[in-house]
Design a protein around this ligand. Structure first.
Ligand code: FAD
Length: 397
Protein backbone atom coordinates (compact mmCIF):
# COMPACT_ATOMS: atom_id res chain seq x y z
CA UNK A 1 0.00 0.00 0.00
CA UNK A 2 1.31 3.48 -0.73
CA UNK A 3 0.22 6.45 1.25
CA UNK A 4 1.37 9.99 1.78
CA UNK A 5 3.22 9.43 5.05
CA UNK A 6 2.50 12.90 6.34
CA UNK A 7 -1.20 12.02 6.41
CA UNK A 8 -0.66 9.59 9.26
CA UNK A 9 -0.60 11.19 12.74
CA UNK A 10 1.62 9.18 15.09
CA UNK A 11 1.49 9.74 18.86
CA UNK A 12 4.37 8.41 20.96
CA UNK A 13 4.24 8.30 24.75
CA UNK A 14 7.70 8.52 26.33
CA UNK A 15 10.90 10.25 25.21
CA UNK A 16 13.31 7.57 26.39
CA UNK A 17 15.77 5.88 24.05
CA UNK A 18 12.98 3.80 22.48
CA UNK A 19 10.49 6.63 21.99
CA UNK A 20 13.08 9.00 20.56
CA UNK A 21 14.48 6.39 18.17
CA UNK A 22 10.95 5.67 16.95
CA UNK A 23 10.28 9.39 16.52
CA UNK A 24 13.50 9.88 14.55
CA UNK A 25 12.83 6.85 12.31
CA UNK A 26 9.24 7.95 11.61
CA UNK A 27 10.01 11.65 11.09
CA UNK A 28 12.71 10.54 8.67
CA UNK A 29 10.03 8.75 6.65
CA UNK A 30 7.84 11.85 6.58
CA UNK A 31 5.24 11.09 9.26
CA UNK A 32 3.72 13.71 11.51
CA UNK A 33 4.93 12.59 14.93
CA UNK A 34 4.16 13.95 18.40
CA UNK A 35 6.03 12.67 21.47
CA UNK A 36 4.54 13.24 24.93
CA UNK A 37 6.96 12.97 27.83
CA UNK A 38 6.02 13.23 31.50
CA UNK A 39 9.34 14.75 32.63
CA UNK A 40 9.82 18.51 32.76
CA UNK A 41 13.18 18.28 30.99
CA UNK A 42 14.72 15.85 28.56
CA UNK A 43 17.52 13.72 29.90
CA UNK A 44 18.83 10.38 31.06
CA UNK A 45 20.46 9.11 34.22
CA UNK A 46 24.24 9.04 34.66
CA UNK A 47 25.02 5.49 33.65
CA UNK A 48 26.48 3.52 30.81
CA UNK A 49 24.74 1.68 28.03
CA UNK A 50 26.21 -1.02 25.84
CA UNK A 51 25.02 -1.02 22.25
CA UNK A 52 25.79 -3.87 19.90
CA UNK A 53 25.93 -3.86 16.09
CA UNK A 54 22.25 -4.72 15.67
CA UNK A 55 21.26 -1.38 17.26
CA UNK A 56 24.20 0.66 16.01
CA UNK A 57 23.06 -0.05 12.42
CA UNK A 58 19.85 1.87 13.16
CA UNK A 59 21.73 4.75 14.79
CA UNK A 60 24.03 4.96 11.76
CA UNK A 61 21.03 5.01 9.40
CA UNK A 62 19.75 8.01 11.38
CA UNK A 63 22.98 9.80 10.43
CA UNK A 64 24.49 9.67 13.94
CA UNK A 65 27.74 7.90 13.06
CA UNK A 66 30.13 10.86 13.36
CA UNK A 67 28.55 12.13 16.57
CA UNK A 68 28.60 8.65 18.09
CA UNK A 69 32.27 8.23 17.28
CA UNK A 70 33.04 11.38 19.27
CA UNK A 71 31.44 10.14 22.50
CA UNK A 72 31.61 6.34 22.26
CA UNK A 73 34.20 3.89 23.49
CA UNK A 74 34.91 0.84 21.33
CA UNK A 75 35.73 -1.96 23.79
CA UNK A 76 38.22 -4.63 22.69
CA UNK A 77 36.49 -7.48 24.58
CA UNK A 78 34.37 -8.67 27.44
CA UNK A 79 36.70 -10.16 30.01
CA UNK A 80 35.29 -12.39 32.73
CA UNK A 81 37.60 -12.33 35.74
CA UNK A 82 37.65 -14.05 39.12
CA UNK A 83 36.52 -11.68 41.85
CA UNK A 84 39.56 -12.16 44.10
CA UNK A 85 42.58 -13.08 41.96
CA UNK A 86 41.49 -11.31 38.73
CA UNK A 87 42.29 -14.51 36.83
CA UNK A 88 40.87 -14.32 33.28
CA UNK A 89 38.18 -17.04 33.08
CA UNK A 90 36.63 -16.27 29.71
CA UNK A 91 36.94 -13.67 26.93
CA UNK A 92 34.51 -12.56 24.23
CA UNK A 93 36.29 -10.48 21.60
CA UNK A 94 34.54 -7.28 20.53
CA UNK A 95 36.38 -4.51 18.64
CA UNK A 96 37.22 -5.33 15.01
CA UNK A 97 35.93 -8.88 15.32
CA UNK A 98 32.46 -7.74 16.40
CA UNK A 99 32.32 -5.15 13.64
CA UNK A 100 33.45 -7.54 10.91
CA UNK A 101 31.15 -10.35 11.96
CA UNK A 102 28.08 -8.23 12.56
CA UNK A 103 28.33 -5.21 10.29
CA UNK A 104 28.74 -2.41 12.85
CA UNK A 105 30.78 -1.71 15.97
CA UNK A 106 30.02 -2.45 19.61
CA UNK A 107 29.87 0.81 21.59
CA UNK A 108 29.93 1.80 25.21
CA UNK A 109 27.98 5.03 25.61
CA UNK A 110 26.90 7.31 28.39
CA UNK A 111 23.09 7.08 28.43
CA UNK A 112 22.85 10.87 28.50
CA UNK A 113 25.07 11.15 25.40
CA UNK A 114 22.98 8.70 23.38
CA UNK A 115 19.75 10.29 24.57
CA UNK A 116 21.03 13.77 23.72
CA UNK A 117 22.05 12.71 20.18
CA UNK A 118 18.60 11.21 19.58
CA UNK A 119 16.80 14.24 21.03
CA UNK A 120 18.82 16.59 18.85
CA UNK A 121 18.05 14.46 15.80
CA UNK A 122 14.32 14.57 16.53
CA UNK A 123 14.47 18.30 17.17
CA UNK A 124 16.30 18.90 13.88
CA UNK A 125 13.63 16.96 12.00
CA UNK A 126 10.74 18.72 13.77
CA UNK A 127 11.33 21.31 16.51
CA UNK A 128 7.72 20.91 17.75
CA UNK A 129 7.77 17.13 17.99
CA UNK A 130 8.33 16.71 21.76
CA UNK A 131 5.99 18.00 24.45
CA UNK A 132 7.29 17.92 28.01
CA UNK A 133 5.26 17.89 31.25
CA UNK A 134 2.79 15.65 29.42
CA UNK A 135 1.91 12.61 31.49
CA UNK A 136 -0.24 10.06 29.71
CA UNK A 137 -3.04 8.45 31.67
CA UNK A 138 -4.68 6.30 29.04
CA UNK A 139 -6.30 6.27 25.63
CA UNK A 140 -9.59 5.87 23.79
CA UNK A 141 -9.65 4.02 20.50
CA UNK A 142 -12.24 3.88 17.74
CA UNK A 143 -12.33 2.58 14.18
CA UNK A 144 -11.31 6.00 12.87
CA UNK A 145 -8.62 7.08 15.33
CA UNK A 146 -7.08 7.10 18.78
CA UNK A 147 -7.16 9.74 21.52
CA UNK A 148 -4.40 10.05 24.11
CA UNK A 149 -5.60 11.26 27.50
CA UNK A 150 -3.12 13.41 29.41
CA UNK A 151 -3.08 14.03 33.15
CA UNK A 152 -3.74 17.76 32.74
CA UNK A 153 -7.07 16.89 31.14
CA UNK A 154 -6.03 17.63 27.57
CA UNK A 155 -6.58 15.21 24.69
CA UNK A 156 -4.43 14.45 21.65
CA UNK A 157 -5.94 12.95 18.49
CA UNK A 158 -4.01 10.64 16.21
CA UNK A 159 -4.16 7.64 13.91
CA UNK A 160 -1.72 5.42 15.79
CA UNK A 161 -0.41 5.42 19.36
CA UNK A 162 2.93 3.96 20.44
CA UNK A 163 3.45 3.38 24.16
CA UNK A 164 7.21 3.76 24.71
CA UNK A 165 6.72 4.64 28.35
CA UNK A 166 8.99 2.10 30.01
CA UNK A 167 8.50 -0.58 32.65
CA UNK A 168 5.73 1.27 34.47
CA UNK A 169 3.85 2.02 31.26
CA UNK A 170 0.37 3.51 31.58
CA UNK A 171 -0.39 2.47 28.00
CA UNK A 172 0.53 -1.13 28.72
CA UNK A 173 -1.52 -1.12 31.94
CA UNK A 174 -4.63 -0.17 29.96
CA UNK A 175 -3.85 -2.53 27.11
CA UNK A 176 -2.82 -5.62 29.07
CA UNK A 177 -3.72 -4.95 32.70
CA UNK A 178 -1.19 -4.97 35.50
CA UNK A 179 1.78 -7.23 34.71
CA UNK A 180 2.86 -9.81 37.28
CA UNK A 181 6.22 -8.83 38.74
CA UNK A 182 8.59 -11.10 40.61
CA UNK A 183 11.74 -9.93 42.35
CA UNK A 184 14.87 -11.52 40.87
CA UNK A 185 16.68 -11.49 44.19
CA UNK A 186 19.20 -8.97 42.81
CA UNK A 187 19.74 -5.27 43.19
CA UNK A 188 21.85 -3.26 40.76
CA UNK A 189 24.29 -0.63 42.00
CA UNK A 190 25.29 2.06 39.54
CA UNK A 191 27.92 4.77 39.66
CA UNK A 192 30.04 6.75 37.21
CA UNK A 193 33.60 7.77 38.09
CA UNK A 194 35.92 10.30 36.39
CA UNK A 195 38.86 8.29 35.06
CA UNK A 196 41.22 11.07 36.17
CA UNK A 197 40.62 9.85 39.75
CA UNK A 198 41.85 6.34 38.96
CA UNK A 199 45.45 5.12 38.59
CA UNK A 200 46.56 5.25 34.93
CA UNK A 201 45.96 1.98 33.11
CA UNK A 202 43.85 0.42 35.86
CA UNK A 203 41.91 -1.40 33.16
CA UNK A 204 42.40 -1.95 29.45
CA UNK A 205 39.72 -0.72 27.02
CA UNK A 206 37.52 -3.72 27.77
CA UNK A 207 34.37 -4.50 29.66
CA UNK A 208 35.40 -6.42 32.77
CA UNK A 209 32.84 -8.71 34.36
CA UNK A 210 34.04 -9.62 37.85
CA UNK A 211 32.50 -12.97 38.78
CA UNK A 212 32.07 -13.95 42.40
CA UNK A 213 29.80 -15.81 44.78
CA UNK A 214 26.26 -14.38 44.88
CA UNK A 215 27.24 -11.23 43.02
CA UNK A 216 29.11 -9.84 40.06
CA UNK A 217 30.26 -6.42 38.92
CA UNK A 218 30.76 -4.87 35.50
CA UNK A 219 33.17 -2.03 34.71
CA UNK A 220 33.67 -0.24 31.40
CA UNK A 221 34.74 3.14 30.03
CA UNK A 222 32.36 5.83 28.76
CA UNK A 223 32.45 9.21 27.05
CA UNK A 224 35.55 8.74 24.92
CA UNK A 225 37.34 7.22 27.91
CA UNK A 226 36.76 10.11 30.36
CA UNK A 227 34.49 8.13 32.65
CA UNK A 228 34.32 4.65 34.14
CA UNK A 229 30.92 2.98 34.54
CA UNK A 230 30.41 0.69 37.51
CA UNK A 231 27.45 -1.67 37.83
CA UNK A 232 27.25 -4.03 40.75
CA UNK A 233 24.69 -6.85 40.70
CA UNK A 234 24.21 -8.26 44.15
CA UNK A 235 21.95 -10.88 45.69
CA UNK A 236 19.85 -9.05 48.20
CA UNK A 237 16.98 -10.35 50.28
CA UNK A 238 14.86 -7.30 50.69
CA UNK A 239 13.12 -5.93 47.61
CA UNK A 240 13.09 -2.15 47.45
CA UNK A 241 11.85 0.56 45.15
CA UNK A 242 12.37 -0.12 41.47
CA UNK A 243 13.80 3.28 40.68
CA UNK A 244 16.89 4.46 38.83
CA UNK A 245 17.18 7.44 41.16
CA UNK A 246 17.15 5.68 44.54
CA UNK A 247 20.38 6.51 46.38
CA UNK A 248 21.97 4.31 49.03
CA UNK A 249 24.94 4.92 51.34
CA UNK A 250 28.36 4.35 49.75
CA UNK A 251 29.31 2.27 52.81
CA UNK A 252 26.74 -0.38 51.79
CA UNK A 253 28.30 -0.68 48.34
CA UNK A 254 31.76 -0.94 49.90
CA UNK A 255 30.49 -3.64 52.25
CA UNK A 256 28.93 -5.62 49.38
CA UNK A 257 32.34 -5.94 47.69
CA UNK A 258 34.46 -6.47 50.80
CA UNK A 259 37.25 -8.95 50.09
CA UNK A 260 37.07 -8.47 46.31
CA UNK A 261 40.09 -7.60 44.17
CA UNK A 262 42.13 -4.45 44.84
CA UNK A 263 41.11 -2.90 41.49
CA UNK A 264 37.45 -3.06 42.50
CA UNK A 265 38.28 -1.44 45.84
CA UNK A 266 40.15 1.33 43.98
CA UNK A 267 37.16 2.02 41.76
CA UNK A 268 34.65 1.94 44.64
CA UNK A 269 36.88 4.21 46.72
CA UNK A 270 36.86 6.77 43.90
CA UNK A 271 33.05 6.98 43.73
CA UNK A 272 31.44 10.17 45.07
CA UNK A 273 29.98 9.31 48.46
CA UNK A 274 26.54 10.73 47.65
CA UNK A 275 26.28 9.25 44.11
CA UNK A 276 25.64 5.57 44.72
CA UNK A 277 22.34 4.42 43.27
CA UNK A 278 20.66 1.06 43.86
CA UNK A 279 17.81 -0.41 41.86
CA UNK A 280 15.70 -3.53 42.52
CA UNK A 281 15.62 -5.85 39.51
CA UNK A 282 12.20 -7.34 38.83
CA UNK A 283 11.27 -10.03 36.38
CA UNK A 284 8.34 -9.59 34.01
CA UNK A 285 7.65 -12.59 31.77
CA UNK A 286 7.10 -12.05 28.03
CA UNK A 287 3.53 -11.61 26.71
CA UNK A 288 2.16 -12.86 23.38
CA UNK A 289 0.25 -9.74 22.38
CA UNK A 290 0.93 -6.04 22.89
CA UNK A 291 -1.19 -4.38 20.19
CA UNK A 292 -4.75 -3.35 19.39
CA UNK A 293 -5.77 -2.12 15.92
CA UNK A 294 -4.35 1.38 16.59
CA UNK A 295 -2.19 1.07 19.71
CA UNK A 296 1.09 -0.75 20.24
CA UNK A 297 4.00 -0.89 22.67
CA UNK A 298 7.73 -0.55 22.13
CA UNK A 299 10.85 -1.14 24.21
CA UNK A 300 10.53 -1.87 27.93
CA UNK A 301 6.78 -1.29 27.95
CA UNK A 302 6.39 -4.22 25.51
CA UNK A 303 9.12 -6.54 26.77
CA UNK A 304 10.84 -5.39 29.97
CA UNK A 305 14.28 -7.01 29.93
CA UNK A 306 16.72 -7.60 32.77
CA UNK A 307 20.19 -6.13 32.22
CA UNK A 308 22.21 -9.39 32.33
CA UNK A 309 22.78 -9.33 28.54
CA UNK A 310 22.82 -5.53 28.18
CA UNK A 311 20.18 -5.61 25.46
CA UNK A 312 16.97 -3.90 26.68
CA UNK A 313 17.63 -0.58 25.00
CA UNK A 314 19.09 -2.39 22.01
CA UNK A 315 15.73 -4.17 21.57
CA UNK A 316 13.89 -0.84 21.87
CA UNK A 317 16.04 0.58 19.05
CA UNK A 318 15.38 -2.51 16.90
CA UNK A 319 11.63 -2.23 17.61
CA UNK A 320 11.62 1.37 16.43
CA UNK A 321 13.24 0.55 13.09
CA UNK A 322 10.98 -2.44 12.41
CA UNK A 323 7.81 -0.56 13.37
CA UNK A 324 8.71 2.32 11.05
CA UNK A 325 9.21 -0.15 8.20
CA UNK A 326 5.84 -1.82 8.86
CA UNK A 327 3.94 1.48 9.00
CA UNK A 328 5.42 2.46 5.68
CA UNK A 329 4.09 -0.52 3.80
CA UNK A 330 0.82 -1.50 5.51
CA UNK A 331 -2.41 0.09 6.75
CA UNK A 332 -2.24 0.84 10.50
CA UNK A 333 -3.92 -2.32 11.81
CA UNK A 334 -1.92 -4.64 9.54
CA UNK A 335 1.25 -2.69 10.25
CA UNK A 336 0.90 -3.12 14.02
CA UNK A 337 0.14 -6.81 13.61
CA UNK A 338 3.13 -7.28 11.34
CA UNK A 339 5.41 -5.34 13.69
CA UNK A 340 4.33 -7.49 16.61
CA UNK A 341 4.59 -10.72 14.60
CA UNK A 342 8.16 -9.89 13.68
CA UNK A 343 9.21 -8.82 17.17
CA UNK A 344 7.50 -11.21 19.59
CA UNK A 345 9.76 -14.21 19.27
CA UNK A 346 13.03 -12.32 19.21
CA UNK A 347 12.23 -10.07 22.15
CA UNK A 348 10.84 -13.00 24.19
CA UNK A 349 14.10 -14.83 23.58
CA UNK A 350 16.12 -11.87 24.83
CA UNK A 351 13.89 -11.52 27.90
CA UNK A 352 14.23 -15.22 28.73
CA UNK A 353 17.95 -15.51 27.98
CA UNK A 354 18.68 -12.35 29.96
CA UNK A 355 16.87 -13.81 32.94
CA UNK A 356 18.76 -17.10 32.58
CA UNK A 357 22.12 -15.30 32.20
CA UNK A 358 22.10 -14.01 35.76
CA UNK A 359 23.72 -17.19 37.06
CA UNK A 360 26.33 -17.32 34.29
CA UNK A 361 28.46 -14.70 36.00
CA UNK A 362 28.22 -16.07 39.53
CA UNK A 363 30.67 -18.54 41.03
CA UNK A 364 28.57 -21.26 42.66
CA UNK A 365 30.36 -24.32 41.35
CA UNK A 366 33.57 -23.12 39.76
CA UNK A 367 34.31 -26.21 37.61
CA UNK A 368 30.77 -26.10 36.27
CA UNK A 369 31.13 -22.40 35.50
CA UNK A 370 34.36 -22.91 33.52
CA UNK A 371 32.74 -25.77 31.59
CA UNK A 372 29.72 -23.61 30.78
CA UNK A 373 31.91 -20.80 29.48
CA UNK A 374 33.74 -23.25 27.21
CA UNK A 375 30.72 -25.19 26.03
CA UNK A 376 28.47 -22.23 25.43
CA UNK A 377 31.03 -20.40 23.31
CA UNK A 378 29.29 -17.10 23.96
CA UNK A 379 31.12 -15.33 21.15
CA UNK A 380 29.63 -17.53 18.49
CA UNK A 381 26.27 -18.10 20.18
CA UNK A 382 25.45 -14.42 20.60
CA UNK A 383 26.80 -13.42 17.24
CA UNK A 384 24.70 -16.00 15.43
CA UNK A 385 21.30 -14.81 16.56
CA UNK A 386 21.67 -11.57 18.44
CA UNK A 387 24.24 -9.30 16.86
CA UNK A 388 23.95 -10.15 13.15
CA UNK A 389 20.27 -9.16 13.02
CA UNK A 390 19.69 -6.09 10.87
CA UNK A 391 16.38 -4.36 11.77
CA UNK A 392 16.59 -2.27 8.60
CA UNK A 393 16.90 -5.21 6.22
CA UNK A 394 15.60 -8.36 7.91
CA UNK A 395 12.76 -9.81 5.80
CA UNK A 396 9.44 -9.06 7.47
CA UNK A 397 6.90 -11.87 7.51
C1 FAD B 1 21.22 -1.63 35.57
C2 FAD B 1 20.76 -1.62 34.12
C3 FAD B 1 21.69 -1.60 33.09
C4 FAD B 1 21.25 -1.65 31.76
N1 FAD B 1 22.20 -1.69 30.76
C5 FAD B 1 21.79 -1.80 29.48
C6 FAD B 1 22.75 -1.86 28.42
O1 FAD B 1 23.97 -1.82 28.66
N2 FAD B 1 22.29 -1.99 27.13
C7 FAD B 1 20.97 -2.02 26.85
O2 FAD B 1 20.61 -2.16 25.67
N3 FAD B 1 20.03 -1.95 27.83
C8 FAD B 1 20.41 -1.82 29.12
N4 FAD B 1 19.49 -1.73 30.11
C9 FAD B 1 18.06 -1.73 29.75
C10 FAD B 1 17.63 -0.36 29.27
O3 FAD B 1 17.93 0.58 30.28
C11 FAD B 1 16.15 -0.29 28.97
O4 FAD B 1 15.78 -1.43 28.23
C12 FAD B 1 15.81 0.95 28.13
O5 FAD B 1 16.07 2.11 28.88
C13 FAD B 1 14.36 0.93 27.68
O6 FAD B 1 14.07 2.11 26.96
P1 FAD B 1 12.58 2.62 26.78
O7 FAD B 1 12.68 3.84 25.93
O8 FAD B 1 11.71 1.50 26.35
O9 FAD B 1 12.08 3.00 28.25
P2 FAD B 1 12.62 4.11 29.25
O10 FAD B 1 14.07 4.34 29.08
O11 FAD B 1 12.14 3.70 30.60
O12 FAD B 1 11.85 5.43 28.80
C14 FAD B 1 10.48 5.62 29.08
C15 FAD B 1 10.16 7.11 28.98
O13 FAD B 1 8.74 7.27 29.12
C16 FAD B 1 8.46 8.29 30.05
N5 FAD B 1 7.16 7.99 30.66
C17 FAD B 1 6.87 6.98 31.51
N6 FAD B 1 5.55 6.99 31.82
C18 FAD B 1 5.01 8.03 31.14
C19 FAD B 1 3.69 8.56 31.04
N7 FAD B 1 2.67 8.01 31.70
N8 FAD B 1 3.48 9.65 30.25
C20 FAD B 1 4.51 10.21 29.56
N9 FAD B 1 5.78 9.76 29.62
C21 FAD B 1 6.03 8.67 30.39
C22 FAD B 1 9.63 8.23 31.03
O14 FAD B 1 9.76 9.46 31.74
C23 FAD B 1 10.79 7.94 30.09
O15 FAD B 1 11.32 9.12 29.54
C24 FAD B 1 19.88 -1.67 31.45
C25 FAD B 1 18.94 -1.63 32.48
C26 FAD B 1 19.36 -1.61 33.81
C27 FAD B 1 18.33 -1.58 34.91
Amino acid sequence: MTRMNNELRVIIVGAGIGGLTAAACLLGKGYRVRVHEQASALGEVGAGIQTSANAVKVLYALGLRDELEKVAVRPKAFEFRRFDTAELMHRIPLGEQHEQANGAPYYHLHRADLHDLLARKVHALDPDCITLNARAEGFEESASGVTLKLADGSRVQGDVLIGADGIKSAIRAQLLGEAPVSYTGDVAWRAVIPVARLPAGIMERVSTVWCGPKKHAVMYYLRAGELMNFVGLVEHGQPETESWTQKRPWEELKQDYQGWHADIQTVIDAIDRDSCYRYALNNRPPVDNWSTPRVTLLGDSAHPTLPYMASGAVMAIEDAAVLARCLETDAVHEALQRYQRNRLERTARIVNESTASRGLYRIEDEDEMRRTFQEKNLTRARSEWLYTYDPLAVPLV
